[in-house]
Design a protein around this ligand. Structure first.
Ligand code: AKG
Length: 289
């Protein structure tokens, strides 16, 4: 398998000169890893390194695009301080992306920022929601018509515990393997899902295929075990970036991570042929959105 993780020795959230080879690697579905780029907590924020600050009814604490904090326990002062911490990470993550891939800047759409204080190993989940299985991100209720999911992750574990991921083979290889097994798209069914409010808009054939691939991968124990992959411990005090709708990933262990999602129209990429939409369109031979 070609190398799926590209290490970049940089300790600043702003780039003066980004190497075009990094952009090509990112758009090819690789993970950019910054082992010496840390998101630093302030002294009064260390209190948030505690899994009990999360409302157990939600999976992650999040700051929505309007600056509203969700899923955090504690009084008003704590909520304000937590909003400030997550907001600072959001600003730094945006600055990293804008300087790393300047052409994206005007096209990016801000999505929520999450704080994940729970220990990965202790999560109990259905197979479909289990992110310990290799997958690409695809959302059942929010069709995106090929819009990209760009994510910035920061491991803020205070005890040096890495966040361990498995990173799988290139998207196209996986798609060639699973596409013959996917169920055919039904426009009628997509309309029914929309009218029942299961989906927020009409699910396109692209969205259908992405969900099928997500589920097919997670449901296949042989693929999970035997597919080409590397185990990658992302160090405490490091950052990594990938298109999570393209990079096959699974999280195996770790605790305390911040994550920023940014959406990007596939047409705003440097190489528009590299997107999952372009790859699936080529492999199926038809328009999918
Ligand atoms: C995802 O958000 O898609 C994941 O797989 C989880 C990654 C993580 O929590 O480290």
């Amino acid at each position: 398998m070609t190398q799926q993780i590209i290490e970049i020795d940089h300790s600043d959230w702003q780039f003066e000169h980004a190497d075009p080879a990094w952009i090509a690697a990112l758009e090819a579905g690789k993970v950019l890893y910054f082992p010496h780029l840390a998101f630093r907590l302030q002294a009064d924020e260390l209190q948030f390194l505690n899994p009990d600050i999360r409302d157990p009814k939600v999976r992650n604490i999040s700051l929505d695009a309007h600056g509203q904090l969700k899923g955090a326990l504690g009084d008003a002062a704590r909520q304000v301080a937590m909003t400030a911490m997550i907001g600072r990470f959001r600003t730094q993550a945006q600055s990293l992306i804008r300087s790393l891939v300047p052409r994206y800047t005007d096209a990016l759409r801000l999505a929520p920022t999450s704080y994940r204080p729970a220990q990965v190993e202790s999560r109990a989940q259905s197979w479909r929601a289990d992110d310990r299985r290799l997958h690409v991100d695809a959302f059942p209720s929010r069709p995106n018509y090929g819009e990209r999911i760009l994510r910035v992750f920061a491991n803020v574990n205070p005890e040096g515990v890495p966040r361990v991921w498995r990173v799988g083979e290139p998207f196209e290889q996986m798609a060639r393997h699973f596409l013959p097994r996917t169920k055919a798209y039904s426009r009628w069914q997509a309309k029914a899902l929309h009218s029942l409010h299961v989906t927020k808009s009409l699910r396109s054939e692209y969205d259908h295929l992405m969900l099928q691939l997500h589920d097919a991968m997670k449901a296949d124990p042989d693929y999970q075990r035997e597919a080409p992959q590397v185990t990658m411990p992302f160090a405490a005090g490091s950052v990594w970036v990938c298109f999570s709708d393209q990079a096959l990933h699974a999280v195996m262990s770790g605790q305390y991570m911040l994550e920023q999602t940014l959406h990007l129209p596939a047409a705003a990429q440097y190489d528009t042929d590299a997107s999952p939409l372009a790859i699936l369109t080529r492999l199926t031979g038809r328009a999918l959105v």
